[in-house]
Design a protein around this ligand. Structure first.
Ligand code: CA
Length: 234
């Protein structure tokens, strides 16, 4: 009986020891697992932190890119607008040069005299009264109106060297002599008709008659004559 008890005791002790060993192993493994879990958690947190930092940087870079794109887009649009303005400017300049060339070519066909703020163009070529009017309009002028003795005297003196007749801007309209303006007509109130003029017949346009010392004479409007345009200086 005693031996049996000793034996049983020995078995129990052995079993107890094994259980303790097993428990110790489990405890150690649990601690190792806990430590590993702790390490993994810390590593995950570090990775997560790094990812968040990178996300933040990426967001900053994306915003910066968007801002740069907006700036580039705005700059491009401004340059396109400037380019468009420059093209228009070049077009306007070309047009002005062409107009100036036209005007220069016209001026080469005559001469310009100046009194006060008015330029007078004395043509070389001879045209009908209506063609002379059109010519004057091309250079922003009109066939000259002579409304007083001062202008009359100035033109007589200037034209006395020419042995030609000159159209001026008066014509017969509805039985009355009128100055043709850029928009209509004004009555001729001051005049310097040569003796016996204006005579009757189909003569309806006023010229400065060289044979009458450039006094006024009505003549046939289709007759080619030299002419005088006038334009106020701008
Ligand atoms: Ca006449």
């Amino acid at each position: 009986m005693y031996e049996n008890n000793v034996q049983l005791h020995s078995v129990c002790m052995s079993a107890n020891k094994d259980m303790k060993t097993a428990l110790e192993e489990i405890r150690q493994k649990t601690e190792e697992q806990q430590s590993k879990y702790q390490n993994d958690t810390e590593r995950y947190e570090r990775i997560n932190e790094t990812v968040e930092k990178h996300d933040s940087k990426l967001l900053t870079i994306e915003r910066r890119n968007e801002n740069q794109q907006r700036v580039i887009q705005t700059t491009l649009q401004r340059h396109e607008s400037d380019l468009q303005d420059l093209r228009q400017l070049i077009q306007d300049l070309k047009s002005k040069v062409l107009n100036m060339t036209d005007e220069l070519n016209i001026l080469l066909k005559g001469s310009v005299i100046v009194k006060g703020t008015t330029n007078y163009f004395v043509s070389e070529e001879k045209l009908s009264w209506s063609d002379a009017w059109s010519f004057c309009r091309k250079i922003g002028a009109i066939l000259v109106h002579i409304k007083n003795q001062i202008i009359n005297g100035f033109l007589l003196k200037s034209l006395s060297k020419y042995a030609d007749d000159f159209w001026i801007g008066g014509e017969l309209v509805s039985g009355r002599y009128m100055w043709k303006t850029s928009t209509g007509y004004e009555p001729v109130s001051w005049s310097n008709w040569a003796p016996g003029e204006p005579n009757s017949g189909g003569q309806k346009c006023i010229q400065l008659d060289e044979y009458q010392y450039h006094k006024w004479d009505n003549d046939y409007c289709n007759t080619p004559q030299r002419f005088v345009c006038s334009r106020e200086q701008s």
